[in-house]
Each structure stands twice: as C-alpha cells, then as structure tokens.
Design a protein around this ligand. Structure first.
Ligand SMILES: NC(=O)c1ccc[n+]([C@@H]2O[C@H](COP(=O)([O-])OP(=O)(O)OC[C@H]3O[C@@H](n4cnc5c(N)ncnc54)[C@H](OP(=O)(O)O)[C@@H]3O)[C@@H](O)[C@H]2O)c1
Length: 311
C-alpha cells in the first residue's frame, strides 16, 4: 500500500510517499481501506514539531508515528478476532493515527458508521473539526435554544460545523469571517455575519451567551467584554501566553477545548448529517501524492471549510 511517511520534523517537503506493507489486522481491530482523509492544523503542528511542546507528546527528536493524518473515511476490508461491531464492506469514518495511507488498522470502538447520505470525502471532513465544534458548544459552552452565540472563524474547518451545530440547537448565531466568506457563512444558517475587515466584533456593543473562538487572535479581555452576564467564552485556539494567562487567572467565564475522540459524538454528528441539519463544507481536494501542497495550504490559515485528501 502507499502511505505518507514522515521521518523527521520539518516543512511539508520532508514528507515522502512510500510503498509499505498493509497492516495486519489485530484482534479487536478492523482493517480499513481509506477512501478519503482530511487535513487539520494539527497535521502541520505535528509535521513541524511546533510549538516545541508538541514534541513531548509526539517524539522529542523525531516523530514516533511515521504516517501522519488523523481524519479518515473508508470501507472495512477485514475484521480481527472478536470484532462484533463491523463486518467487511461496512462504510465507516473516524479519527486515528496514520490516516494519510491507503489502509489503516483501528480498534473497532473508535470509528462510527458513515452517514448514508454523504460521500467518503464529506465524511472524512467531519471528525476533528466537528467534534471540536460540538464539544465546544455543547459541553464547554452549555448551549441552549435561544442563546446568542458568536463563532469567530466561522468559515474555517471548525467554524463551518460550529455555525450549523449551533443552529441545530436553536441558537441565534453570529459568524465572524472575512469579506470573501460572508455569503458562505450566511448560507450555513448564520443569522448575522460580521466581516472582520470592516467591523470589530469586540467593539460593536453586541453581547453573547456563548462565544466559540477558533482563531485566538484577540486578547482574552477583549473576548470577555462581549459576554452577557453568565456568558462563556470557549477557545479552541491556544497559545502559550493564553495557557499561562488562564492557569494564573482561572477566569470562570473562559474555557479551553481539548477535543475528545468519542465514538458517541461521531454518532451524534452522523445523526445531524442524516437529518440534513449539518453538511460538511469542502474547500479543496488533493490526491495523496500532493499531501505537501495540501498541508501547506491549510497552514496558510484561510481554508474555507475542509481540505480533503482523496485516496
Ligand atoms: N484545542 C483542540 O483540541 C483543537 C482541535 C482542533 C483544532 N484546534 C485549533 O483550532 C484552530 C482552528 O482550527 P480549524 O480547523 O478551524 O482551522 P482552519 O480551517 O485552518 O481555519 C481557517 C479559517 O480561519 C479564518 N480566519 C483566519 N483569520 C481570521 C480572523 N482574523 N478572524 C476570523 N476568522 C479568521 C479563515 O477565514 P478567512 O479566510 O475569512 O480569514 C479560515 O476560514 C486551529 O488553531 C487549530 O489548531 C484545536
């Protein structure tokens, strides 16, 4: 099988495509023929080993996991001993290591069945971005019907899901994006769209019950200012400065997200998509051979929805 290999930290040029042995399917695992994968900002952080702290988790001198990629969708090709949830031919999607390859092996309790009404490319777009949006809004933000919700970065991977998920909870949604994405964010159901090139969402007097920030370009005190009494500011975008600020000040109305890989949340997303309430937005598609270009594009920070690797 073909797989992307990363032997060292560096720019996208360090990635190679190699012919590798197909993984053997272990007991309790399923072997998946990957049909599509998605690129996340996570992938370029791991590629570069940056910020340096990520190397504590991923390998101090070189990456422990040689095949990058997290989000995927595909077809179960074989099942290991004692597997009960899936059989060959089932279509599944999920998050696990080694998504940028033709095959991967994963514990049967990680993936969820692919929604019937979307393609493999759309399903691959979902896991990390949608779970971050869902967990940020529902678990950290305790979203309720009628809440005024602001999504900063509404046109990105997380943001395009967050706008639709917040609407599915019955919230009144304001999305923040640049001029070229105003129409896209409105088409996802946002009640109001703020073009950050012309209006500063921290200084227009509006107040929100919940703000989900996927950009992290504003100071936390700016973002706290936009909160209604009992409002909460939830951030997916961390910097060392923010982490230190939060650790020292421990503000009650600020929460950070660290995305949990939960099969039951993939099932929640499956149901939302099958109900027609959420549809993944795909910006670009690249073949596996152009993985370096795909990651470079995501690293620029202006993707409109998700970037997909077709396999
Ligand atoms: N904590 C966690 O567990 C976790 C999990 C997943 C992701 N993350 C982090 O969350 C962040 C977002 O991830 P993502 O997948 O959504 O990224 P992404 O898809 O690369 O987001 C790009 C989007 O950000 C928008 N953007 C850039 N500058 C902006 C600004 N000044 N104001 C408003 N929007 C702006 C861009 O819109 P324009 O082109 O219109 O500017 C673009 O649509 C990343 O930092 C990622 O590392 C954290």
């Amino acid at each position: 099988m073909k797989a992307v290999i990363q032997e060292k930290y560096g720019s996208p040029e360090v990635l190679e495509i190699r012919e590798m042995a197909k993984p053997a399917v272990a007991p309790g695992n399923v072997l998946v023929r990957v049909r599509a994968a998605a690129v996340n900002p996570y992938d370029w952080h791991v590629l570069r080993g940056s910020p340096f702290l990520v190397r504590i988790a991923f390998g101090l001198l070189r990456p422990k996991q040689k095949t990058p990629g997290r989000d995927w969708a595909g077809t179960v090709e074989a099942v290991g001993e004692a597997v009960t949830l899936y059989q060959p031919g089932d279509e599944v999607f999920g998050i696990s290591a080694g998504a940028f390859a033709e095959y991967l092996c994963v514990s049967e309790d990680r993936p969820a069945p692919k929604p019937a009404n979307i393609t493999h490319e759309e399903a691959a777009a979902v896991p990390m971005a949608a779970l971050t949006a869902l967990q940020g809004l529902r678990d950290k933000g305790r979203i309720q019907p009628g809440h005024r919700v602001l999504i900063n970065g509404a046109s990105g991977g997380i943001g395009t899901f967050a706008v639709q998920i917040a609407k599915s909870f019955g919230a009144n949604v304001t999305g923040v994006c640049s001029t070229k994405n105003v129409e896209l964010v409105a088409s996802l159901g946002a009640d109001r769209v703020i073009d950050y090139r012309h209006e500063d969402f921290t200084r227009n007097g509006a107040r929100y019950d919940l703000a989900l920030d996927t950009v992290g370009n504003r100071s936390l005190s700016d973002c706290q200012r936009i909160l209604a009494p009992n409002g909460v500011y939830v951030t997916a975008a961390y910097s060392l400065r923010r982490m230190v600020w939060q650790a020292v000040r421990r503000p009650k109305n600020v929460a950070g997200i660290y995305t949990q890989i939960r099969r039951e949340d993939l099932v929640v997303m499956k149901e939302l998509m099958e109900a027609g309430k959420v549809r993944p937005v795909i910006d670009r598609r690249y073949p596996l051979s152009e993985i370096a270009e795909a990651i470079r594009y995501v690293e620029e920070g202006h993707a409109r929805g998700k970037v997909i690797i077709t396999i």
